[in-house]
Design a protein around this ligand. Structure first.
Ligand code: APR
Length: 227
């Protein structure tokens, strides 16, 4: 079976009602990125950071996977499918995809701010005073700016094995995620689905731009690949 690797970003969840980060009315609007998504911000004002992610978590529990998330599940009948998502939502899981790597962490998990191995499922608000079993403050299980990306090497190995790469709804501005395309085997097709951006900054790669919204572009590409 051919291997398809799918790299997703905020754009695939946009039509479910979750704002992207960098579009005009994006998530960061009104927030200084470093205040809410960096270790410096966390050390400066934990309450602000917790509130930011509490809002995100509440919103996530109200939204649903869309046609794009669902279409990707169909591919599993015909291909070995691995999703690498930059998203911290669980919409790929709820749509029914089997193999999902969360490069930037997960909103519905929290972890000890001291011991990175103490990770817990978490659906309610996270507050000051919520402690891990070793009595240290819990923090969101999110990879913040300035932090290492623990699953990067796993993602690189997946991309290296791909026969087809599909990149959906990401601005390709955040590294190291954006550098994953460079690990593909020579000239495999790389489909880039994004209504607002065209991927042309990567020379020598076989990029096929699909300038459509995810809920239209993804089901269409999936049908094409299945036929
Ligand atoms: N369908 C497909 N793509 C869309 C749609 C849509 N309906 N709506 C918007 N987009 C595209 C935008 O054109 C943009 O290129 O989604 C992209 C979203 O880009 P960003 O907001 O930068 O999100 P992303 O690339 O996922 O950000 C990467 O940065 O902030 C950090 O850790 C955070 O994982 C995030 C990372």
């Amino acid at each position: 079976m051919k291997k398809i690797v799918i790299l997703t970003g905020a754009g695939i969840s946009a039509e479910s009602g979750i704002k992207t980060f960098r579009d005009a009315d994006g998530l960061w609007e009104g927030h200084d990125i470093m205040e809410v998504a960096s270790p410096i911000g966390w050390n400066k004002n934990k309450k602000l950071v917790l509130n930011f992610y509490n809002q995100r978590r509440k919103q996530l529990l109200k939204v649903k996977p869309n046609k794009a998330h669902k279409a990707l599940v169909l591919l599993e009948k015909y291909f070995e499918v691995q999703i690498i998502t930059q998203n911290v939502d669980d919409l790929h899981e709820r749509a029914g995809s089997s193999n999902i790597l969360h490069l930037h962490g997960e909103l519905l998990k929290v972890r000890s701010s001291k011991n990175k191995n103490l990770i817990y499922s978490w659906k309610k608000d996270l507050n000051i005073g919520n402690l891990c079993e070793e009595n240290t403050q819990l923090r969101p299980h999110i990879v913040w700016f300035g932090e290492a990306v623990p699953l990067l090497q796993n993602a690189i190995e997946m991309v290296k094995a791909a026969d087809i790469l599909i990149v959906i709804g990401t601005s390709m501005q955040v590294y190291p995620a954006a550098s994953l395309v460079h690990y593909t085997k020579p000239l495999i097709p790389i489909y880039f689905i994004n209504p607002n951006e065209v991927l042309n900054k990567y020379q020598n790669l076989n990029i096929i731009n699909i300038s459509k919204k995810a809920t239209f572009g993804v089901p269409k590409l999936v049908n094409q690949l299945i036929e």
